[in-house]
Design a protein around this ligand. Structure first.
Ligand code: SF4
Ligand code: SF4
Length: 267
């Protein structure tokens, strides 16, 4: 235990930085200290509990009587409560550095969400027969992922599943088709993939089998998503097919959410 380094009294954040309000700069310092306790003392170490408790008290003190501070990181910079630090300022950079281990720990989840969110969920959107081609969804999509084809919205792979379009459609015509999800899932897990992998695996070294399986699985799945969702887009021009996919979408039965006082065109 004696070889363990002592946690510095003033960790990486500079409390004197001018842009954030003093209490928020103090909170940032306290957070940094709390997050780094584990780097200096292992949980079993006699000092760990003492230092962690002190850091925790400092966070609680700096957070004020309500115990809650909203922290938002956007392109222009870091907002804490009512104070702001520009993105190129020391505090914003330090907060990013502080959160880096968390970002790394969450990277696999983020990657899977990226793959499933963008290439799977996003391809489940359909416009029901209630769509009147008002084009609001196309106009308000933050990533320009909706294209009107033959007067009907078509969702591109760039969609990030933010759900804005589904919530603001004045006719509640956008559905995420769960029956289409089932069709895609079943089709992409069909026998040909397993057979292909078996044949390939017989010819490649064992160490490469997992990455090759991953690439082939995704390659085939993406191709199928593309073909099936494209086919369904054309098929739902037929009213009864459209009604079938819409009626089997759970979103047809969910409420839409827009914050009170906000109108779809306000976005
Ligand atoms: S907002 Fe709704 S009604 Fe308007 S074009 Fe998009 S899906 Fe159709
Ligand atoms: S879910 Fe969001 S990103 Fe995707 S099309 Fe709708 S508004 Fe655009």
């Amino acid at each position: 235990m004696s070889s363990i380094a002592k946690i510095p009294e003033s960790p990486s954040v500079d409390a004197e930085a001018p842009s954030l309000a003093p209490e928020h700069a103090e909170l940032l310092v306290a957070l940094d200290r709390m997050l780094t306790v584990g780097s200096y003392y292992p949980p079993g170490h006699e000092k760990y509990r003492e230092v962690a408790a002190a850091a925790h008290r400092a966070v609680a003190r700096a957070a004020g009587p309500q115990g809650v501070v909203a922290i938002e990181i956007t392109e222009p910079g870091l907002t804490m409560g009512l104070s702001f630090a520009p993105a190129d300022g020391r505090e914003a950079k330090r907060l990013h550095k502080m959160l880096m281990p968390l970002d790394i720990a969450l990277a696999p989840i983020a990657f899977m969400y990226f793959m499933y969110g963008r290439f799977y969920f996003a391809k489940l959107y359909i416009a029901s027969t209630d769509c009147d081609t008002c084009r609001l969804c196309e106009e308000k999509c933050p990533t320009a992922s909706i294209r009107m084809i033959n007067k009907r919205p078509f969702w591109k792979f760039t969609c990030e599943s933010c759900m804005r379009c589904i919530n603001i459609c004045p006719r509640q015509a956008i559905q995420a088709s769960h029956s289409l999800a089932v069709v895609i899932a079943v089709a992409s897990s069909l026998l040909p993939i397993a057979i292909m992998l078996k044949i390939l695996n017989a010819h490649i070294p064992a160490a490469l089998q997992k990455p090759v399986d991953f690439i082939i699985n995704w390659g085939i799945s993406l191709t199928l998503y593309f073909i099936i969702s494209g086919t369904v887009f054309w098929l739902i021009r037929l009213k009864w097919i459209n009604k079938l996919f819409s009626a089997t979408s759970l979103t047809k039965y969910w409420r839409r959410y827009i914050a009170p006082g906000i109108k779809p065109r306000d976005y």
